[in-house]
Design a protein around this ligand. Structure first.
Ligand SMILES: [Zn+2]
Length: 414
């Protein structure tokens, strides 16, 4: 009797651990050549929905060579061009064996991670190695509809842990008619890609186990542009943006000063003196994306990417509290469980480790509109909120406890 009980216990524990190890997942979406000021000008309801409950910046900084090959190599490896070695779109001189893509690093700790890339741009598909993708899918350049369709098909795989999806149409439009917020074609291209990202996200939200998974979504661009080109050091080329969204992400805008650039415009010389290293540690910069994605994937191993000396990463993770902002841990005192989820209306919010005195909850739709407010809920370790009467869909609950704000997604289904 005792023995049977023990076997059942071990089985239950093993199942739980296997599940927990795949719980944290990452989706990185890249929009090539999308200027920060043009993104703000464009009508992008999908990205706005992520911003409404996400951490975002319209002034992140590119500190390297503002060309796609070197830029995506920095985004995916977390190192600048003197390390990954890519200085042009031919990828000549690449050093991905020493500085691999972040899925390769994640697999050093979690070999079973399933990682898929869907990209339109051939050089990134053909010339990159040691990138950790189990599957590399190539769609026609500039064909966002195909890319979204392929990504939507792949992303519902229950075993998937990490995906990168890349759209090229904005950059192609910039080269043909101008990288500018006053160019209607360029704005239109951004709006088109926004709708394609919506297709990918709808597929993500339809995953069988989505409610119990912890997805970190990171969206960024590789560079801006000026006139019909890029590659230089102007603010129009170097000012980039990113959006982070997920269960543990607190809504906040990061504004940050420009740390300068390692791009000397003479390829081969790494311009150390061009960068303010103190600012580099505080400001959101291009090398942070890979490190943040990697940190999320390996979080439960306790390994902090920046502390792995052998990895020689240049970027920093925005996970946990960095300078009072960032992506919060969702365990410990920040643990809030939403149950049931999906719901038909009534939802309980369970606070794992603390008995809070009062809790305020604002409920928002994916366009960031406040649809319900619950104030001064008296909490033991649980509060109930009622979403009955709202239309079916995904909502974001912002749970305010003193100075702490936690966000959780709630799916309403009738
Ligand atoms: Zn370009």
């Amino acid at each position: 009797m005792k023995k049977t009980f023990y076997i059942v216990m071990v089985f239950a524990l093993t199942v739980q651990m296997a599940f927990a190890s795949q719980n944290r997942k990452v989706l990185v979406i890249g929009i090539d050549g999308c200027r920060s000021d043009a993104l703000q000008q464009a009508n992008t309801p999908v990205l706005d929905g992520l911003i409404a409950s996400g951490l975002f910046t319209y002034d992140a900084w590119h500190c390297g060579i503002t060309v796609s090959g070197p830029s995506w190599s920095t985004i995916m490896t977390g190192t600048w061009w003197n390390k990954h070695g890519v200085t042009s779109n031919t990828y000549t001189g690449s050093n991905f064996n020493s500085y691999p893509y972040f899925p390769t690093r994640a697999k050093e700790l979690k070999p079973n991670l399933q990682c898929v890339q869907v990209v339109e741009w051939a050089p990134m598909s053909d010339n990159v190695y040691n990138d950790g993708w189990n599957k590399k899918l190539k769609t026609p350049d500039g064909d966002g509809a195909s890319t979204a369709a392929v990504a939507a098909t792949e992303i519902v795989d229950p075993n998937l842990d990490c995906m990168f999806v890349y759209f090229d149409a904005v950059d192609l439009t910039g080269h043909s008619s101008g990288f500018s917020p006053t160019n209607p074609s360029y704005i239109q291209a951004i709006e088109n890609v926004d709708s394609k990202i919506g297709i990918v996200l709808n597929a993500l939200y339809s995953r069988t186990n989505y409610a119990t998974e912890d997805w970190l979504i990171l969206i960024t661009t590789d560079h801006g542009g000026t006139g019909t080109g890029h590659g230089g050091n102007s603010l129009q080329e170097r000012q980039i943006w990113w959006i982070a969204n997920g269960a543990g992400v607190t809504h906040q805008q990061i504004t940050a000063a420009d740390p300068g650039t390692y791009n000397p415009l003479i390829i081969g010389i790494f311009n150390q003196s061009g960068v303010d290293t103190a600012l580099l540690k505080q400001s959101p910069v291009q090398s942070d994306i890979a490190v943040t994605a990697l940190h999320h994937l390996i979080y439960d191993t306790g390994v902090k990417p920046e502390e792995q000396a052998a990895w020689k990463l240049d970027g920093k993770s925005w996970l946990s509290t960095f300078s009072g902002t960032g992506i919060n841990d969702v365990s410990g005192e920040n643990a809030v469980t939403v149950f049931p989820n999906p719901t038909t209306g009534m939802v309980s919010l369970w606070f794992e480790n603390k008995n809070w005195n009062t809790v305020n909850v604002g409920v928002y739709d994916l366009l960031g509109r406040n649809v319900r407010t619950f104030e001064n809920l008296a909490a033991a370790n649980k509060v109930n909120i009622d979403l009955s009467g709202l239309s079916c869909g995904t909502y974001v609950a912002k749970i305010q406890i003193g100075t702490l704000t936690l966000t959780r997604k709630i799916d309403l289904q009738y």
